[in-house]
Ligand binder design. Structure first.
Ligand SMILES: [Zn+2]
Ligand SMILES: [Zn+2]
Length: 243
């Protein structure tokens, strides 16, 4: 019974507020913690997504929901009371944003998305979370991305006029932004000192545009000194990095 549960991600993290639900202010770093309120339905939606079992998404604060909240609080080293107060709600969104599922090893979390520099807002085609490391254990490392490579990805998206996928919510596109060292080393054929680990590379997935068009553009950017190196990983998939 998951009808009515949709998770939307924005640059501020996961937002479990589909149309038709009561309007609540969402947590935003620029508003502060007072800006957060979640409904039982939203909490059930997030818990279900994360692999906990609140017994359905019915908006009722029942025993199973309280137990699922307790399970989540235990896993996240929060105070365990079975009530989704502000800290728990913030952590729920953080867990969804960073793919910290019930079955995975839990790592200590800051409890909120990292503070990101203002330059991210200049690049409208991507949310910072699309550049995260998808391992689910390192916290994503978005703050390690360099502006130069984000700017190049954004400019390429603008130029091509078709969506570019880096790391989607489910984390399984084949694209890549930041990689922590252990995730990088776990990938077949990766090099130890990969620029992904430095936050200076992206692997992009393009659909609906010929590779030749992508590559002509990449060659142009390389000639202009904007990107250091690029190559075709497979049809529709390219790596590019900066100095
Ligand atoms: Zn990682
Ligand atoms: Zn790459």
């Amino acid at each position: 019974m998951t009808t009515g549960c949709a998770i939307r991600r924005s640059r501020y993290g996961a937002d479990p507020t589909p149309a038709g639900w009561a309007v609540h202010r969402v947590y935003r770093p620029d508003v502060g913690e007072g800006g957060l309120a979640v409904t039982i339905k939203q909490v059930q939606c997030l818990l279900t997504y994360l692999g906990y079992d609140p017994g359905g998404i019915d908006g009722l604060d029942g025993q199973k929901t309280r137990q699922a909240i307790r399970d989540f609080q235990t896993a996240e080293n929060l105070g365990v009371d079975g009530v989704a107060g502000e800290q728990t709600a913030i952590r729920l969104k953080d867990a969804v944003w960073q793919d910290r599922f019930a079955k995975d090893n839990i790592v200590p979390s800051s409890g909120q998305p990292p503070d990101l520099p203002d330059w991210w807002s200049k690049y409208k085609w991507f949310a910072p979370s699309e550049f995260r490391c998808p391992c689910g254990k390192c916290g994503g490392g978005i703050e390690k991305m360099h502006e130069g490579i984000v700017a190049e990805a954004n400019a390429l998206r603008e130029y091509l006029g078709v969506p570019i996928v880096i790391v989607p919510p489910d984390g399984h596109s084949g694209g890549s932004g930041y990689r922590c060292q252990s995730y990088n080393d776990s990938l077949a054929g990766s090099v130890k000192n990969s620029r992904h680990v430095q936050g200076k590379a992206v692997d992009i997935i393009t659909r609906g545009v010929p590779d030749e068009k992508v590559e002509a553009r990449l060659a142009q950017r390389k000639a202009a000194g904007k990107i250091r190196y690029w190559y075709r990983i497979s049809p529709g998939a390219h790596h590019m990095d900066i100095e």
